[in-house]
Design a protein around this ligand. Structure first.
Ligand code: GLU
Length: 466
């Protein structure tokens, strides 16, 4: 059997991290077993499913590196096929027409509740002859649900899950306007797409029992199910806005790397010994459903931030420099030409060592694209005393002539200068850093000057020196 998994989001204009994790698990499971990962856009709610909402999904998945192996299937294009299955069940007597009006259904629910019963459909038309209905009356199609016994679903995460059939009613599969309901569409699509494993959030567990009813009626094999426990906020409550970012786009904007978010989401609710930092290849090699825990996981933003720092330090400098340039583009105080881009890349090893996010990284690189006269933050201003400005003037003479203008030569020159004038290295380096960066933090001063290049360093020192 070739494993075929699918991610089946409804386009709501948001790729929630819970969904992104389901996509990741489907992807990894398929890859681990040499199978295929598919995407189905559940866009039957035509009002919400705008092109923009679909694009948000595609962008988010592409950013996470979770592109499907086949063309995405759009559920809305398959309604005729869904209806065909409903009519087949009708023809077989496995489903029936229900002529109850909305008012009658409402009364039925109210009566059930008044009698202390759950508000389910009571099977009024289950065994009635359709000729009893008023001619031309609209009808829905309901599946003939088993009434006795219990339904079991072997779940690869939750174990065997059972529900008494008496707890399920004859659900509608085709609405009065002839459109299929969601439960029918999912089953028909999963069957037609040859899906072998349905891996999704455990908020779909009750749906699975309803869907299993359709599989059984059609005589189709059930796929294997794996229901993933949900992601909660740090306080154990349902993840919501007040806990912080929840959508993949928000994390991207906040400067997270996709590797870090993937790694974090994988580790959230799945474990393999102590393995913490896992590359995509390692994830594929190690992932299986038996490592998925049964209880809800709690989002730990601090841990994600830590992982992001780890992944930033491992990331390629040119790639980070491109991302930083993109984040700096459009800032009024920053010019982004090839020279500035080259400076950013040159200083990247030092910059990324200190950053936790790409936003920090862009902030700390911004000085590389500024012009004289720089603006100085309060701490930098304080360091630029008249004495310091005089000292910088002297230092500039040395820096003007050293060859080559690279980090080791700059370092040696600064040490020589400090020694010659009876200063500690920091007494020279700190005002110098203030003068060339406008702040008191930057990577090593030698690497910082080397990245700026001699001309720029001379201009920046010149604008403050006396
Ligand atoms: N479209 C459903 C959702 O976004 C998922 C359905 C499924 O995975 O079966 O929640």
């Amino acid at each position: 059997m070739t494993v075929r998994t699918r991610f089946a989001p409804s386009p709501t204009g948001l790729l929630h991290i819970g969904n992104a994790r389901a996509a990741l698990f489907n992807f990894l499971y398929a890859r681990h077993h040499g199978g295929k990962f598919l995407l189905r856009i559940e866009d039957t709610d035509r009002e919400r499913s705008t092109q923009q909402a679909v694009d948000v999904l595609f962008d988010g998945l592409a950013w996470m590196g979770l592109t499907p192996d086949e063309q995405p299937v759009f559920q809305s294009t398959r309604q005729a096929r869904h209806a065909e299955v409903a009519h087949h069940l009708l023809a077989q007597g496995l489903a029936y027409r229900c002529y109850c009006t909305p008012q009658e259904l409402q009364q039925m629910r109210e009566q059930a509740m008044a009698e202390g019963r759950p508000p389910r459909y009571n099977g009024y038309w289950r065994d009635r002859d359709p000729s009893e209905a008023p001619p031309g009356a609209p009808y829905t199609v309901r599946i003939r649900a088993p009434r006795e016994g219990e339904a079991t679903i072997p779940d690869l995460v939750q174990g065997e899950v059972r529900v008494a059939n008496a707890e399920m009613d004859d659900m509608i599969i085709l609405r009065a306007d002839g459109t299929p309901v969601y439960q029918l569409a999912v089953v028909v699509d999963d069957h037609d797409m040859d899906i072998t494993h349905v891996i999704r959030g455990d908020d779909h567990l009750t749906n699975s029992f309803r869907q299993a009813m359709i599989y059984r009626a059609m005589g189709w094999d059930l796929p294997a199910f794996a229901h993933l426990p949900l992601i909660h906020g740090p306080d154990g409550a349902k993840l919501s806005k007040r806990h912080g970012a929840q959508s993949v786009v928000e994390f991207r904007e906040m400067g997270y790397l996709p590797e870090a978010l993937n790694n974090y989401l994988l580790r959230l609710g799945w474990g393999h010994g102590d393995a913490e930092i896992l590359s995509r290849d390692e994830q594929i090699q190690l992932f299986d459903l038996d490592g998925v825990g049964r209880s809800a996981s709690r989002m730990d933003y601090a841990k994600l931030l830590h992982l992001n720092g780890v992944w930033l330090r491992q990331a390629d400098d040119a790639r980070l420099a491109d991302d930083v340039a993109e984040r700096l583009a459009g800032r009024p105080d920053v010019t982004l030409d090839d020279t500035v881009r080259a400076r950013i890349q040159t200083l990247m090893p030092g910059l990324k060592d200190r950053a936790k996010t790409l936003v920090d990284l862009a902030d700390s690189a911004a000085f590389l694209g500024r012009h004289v006269p720089l603006s100085f933050d309060a701490k930098a201003e304080k360091l630029l005393t008249p004495e310091a400005r005089t000292m910088l003037g002297l230092l500039a003479r040395d820096l003007a002539v050293i060859e080559p203008f690279d980090a080791p030569t700059i370092d040696a020159a600064l040490r020589r200068f400090a020694e010659h004038h009876g200063h500690k290295l920091g007494q020279v380096a700190q005002p110098l850093r203030a003068a060339v960066t406008g702040s008191t933090t930057s990577p090593g001063i030698d690497a910082t000057l080397a990245a700026l290049g001699r001309d720029e360093v001379m201009a920046r020192i010149g604008s403050v020196a006396q």
